[in-house]
Design a protein around this ligand. Sequence first.
Ligand code: PMP
Length: 358
Amino acid sequence: MSRYWSSLVHRLTPYVPGEQPKLSNLVKLNTNENPYPPSARVASAIADELANGGALLRLYPDPGAERLKEAIATRFADAGITAQQVFVGNGSDEVLAHVFMALLRHPLPILFPDISYSFYPVYCGLYDIAYATVPLDDNFAIRIEDYKSDNGGIVIANPNAPTGCFLPLASIERLLSMHRQSVVVVDEAYVDFGGESAIALINRHPNLLVVHTLSKAYSLAGLRVGYAVGQSELIEALTRVKDSFNSYPLDRLAIAGAVAAIADREHFEGTRQAVMRSREALRGALLELDFEVLPSFANFVFVRHPRHDAGELAAALRQRGILVRHFKLARIDQHLRITIGTDAQCAHLIEALQEILH
Ligand code: PMP
């Protein structure tokens, strides 16, 4: 508390990111990073951008990051996406912040599930947006029938976080048709691990905005690149907010690295398939230890043990050098979210759990 703070700052409850430990020998399964390195083309594109002693860094980057928008549009050419339908930002967190400001700040409350990405209520606090949460059902599924009320917009993470549950596109499409007057934001941070992207629906639905990140399937959490895809009317709103905030959210290295990553389809396919294979193996091993494990469409599993307290399990794992995420939140305080690591990391986790449980 400080007398210098604005009244808004006094009221804020900031998002708390997962721990980023200084120790490098920890098995880090707590923030849904990809255990595999990015495409080798990323480092080489960044090195090119740094040629001649980094002379290019004298110059501001392209404020519109047009090369990157073109690369993203090409990636979704099947869905008829053009560069004018793409918005890019400094991680999807920044893209989402602009979405809340530009498209979700209306007199009616916005709707999102009671259990979802915990940044959504934080943006509402920052931008003074009224919201109502809609409970997931007992199996942590989203029920479209529960989203009937008039609203200022709807935000769905699909696959959802931290559950990993996936809502079929037919349900998203019903939601879009039920609420043509409000924007439906689908946050697809984890879609590349088994889900299906709603980007295919964009040219049929002017109220749909899909948000993606390069942090997960492209192994680039450290580069900070996210984007949104929607009809140009929505993209223009985001651009207006961005250009009232920071003209250059993506630096030269991020633009070069992201373009290279998106171009390397083979690497992308290889790593996402490896993560999905490890996920299914880890799920089997956890089930054998009596964990309840939700089927996951993401690069993490959401688990609970019927006889062991989740907080104590997380602490015991930490003592053994393994970090997992425990949310001290209603309905899920007995669950753990475990990021899929390499097979060796998953084996290490299972060994530690065997020791703790027996
Ligand atoms: N959406 C969801 C559902 C997430 O879990 C995350 C990662 N914490 C993000 C968005 C933000 O990812 P980034 O800012 O790294 O793109």
